[in-house]
Design a protein around this ligand. Structure first.
Ligand SMILES: [Zn+2]
Length: 250
């Protein structure tokens, strides 16, 4: 199959996943909420990012691809096993990406099941009490065909389609805002919180590295601190995905 056809198929699958819900769910949170999530993940997310959350007495969700652990790219150095154990023992949530970071829309049912099983067993070897309850789509690409399967395996799946979640949502395609240095500014962060307050919504941020000179996919500690302080000023609780889902009645 040629690459163009495969990309066209991926786009269609993503579009369908964006608009067609497996089973709509009504969020029952009593107050607006915000979650900070990190994908892949760079070591700076597990150190600087986690520390900033802990300074605000909050915890985050870190979506791990086991296959990326210990790797190094031009963008960042990834976490090692001990970083993941430390996150887990400090009360952060370990979430699931695919093991190899393959997009869900490129995998058939068997291949996706193998990716999830591989990630689960890798993380279990680090600490047997790590349970993966929530998933994030690698590269943000949803898969219409795999949504039902992901619903069986996880409470929620996070996309990178922007928006604030409120009212009736698709738990297998939660919206998220970029906490990315060149993708959002302070005013846009404030507007996202405005939306959360107007609609009693759940604002989910996603990012990667947290560094003074972040990659094109990450943010500075300053921007993350701004987002955390904005939540504190508005009295909006910062909850990881598992905690927020509990408050939403899932
Ligand atoms: Zn990713």
């Amino acid at each position: 199959m040629n690459a163009m056809w495969s990309e066209a198929r991926a786009r269609v699958s993503h579009r369908l996943a964006t608009h067609l819900s497996v089973e709509p769910f009504r969020l029952l949170n009593e107050t607006p909420m915000v979650s900070f999530t990190f994908d892949d993940i760079p070591k700076s997310a597990a150190t600087t990012g986690a520390r900033l959350l802990e300074d605000h007495d909050a915890r985050g969700t870190f979506y791990i691809s086991g296959g990326l652990v210990g790797t190094e790219t031009s963008d960042w150095t990834a976490v090692d096993g001990q970083d993941i154990i430390d996150l887990h023992r400090n009360g952060h949530e370990i979430g699931c990406h695919t093991f190899s970071h393959a997009r869900a829309c490129d995998l058939d049912a068997e291949a996706l099941a193998a990716e999830i099983a591989g990630n689960r067993s890798y993380l279990r070897t680090l600490d047997a009490s790590i349970k993966l309850k929530n998933f994030a789509y690698p590269f943000g690409y949803g898969s219409f065909g795999r949504k039902g399967q992901l619903k069986q395996a996880f409470q929620s799946c996070r996309s990178i389609v922007p928006g604030v979640n409120s009212g009736t949502v698709d738990l297998q395609f939660l919206r998220a805002m970029p906490l990315i240095e060149h993708g959002i500014d302070r005013d846009e962060i404030e507007r996202a919180y405005d939306q959360a307050q107007i609609h009693n919504g759940w604002l989910i941020f996603y990012t990667h590295d947290v560094a003074n000179r972040p990659s094109a996919y990450g943010c500075s500690p300053d921007l993350m601190s701004h987002a955390l302080e904005a939540a504190a000023k508005r009295n909006i609780p910062v909850l990881n995905m598992a905690e927020a889902l509990l408050c939403a009645g899932v």
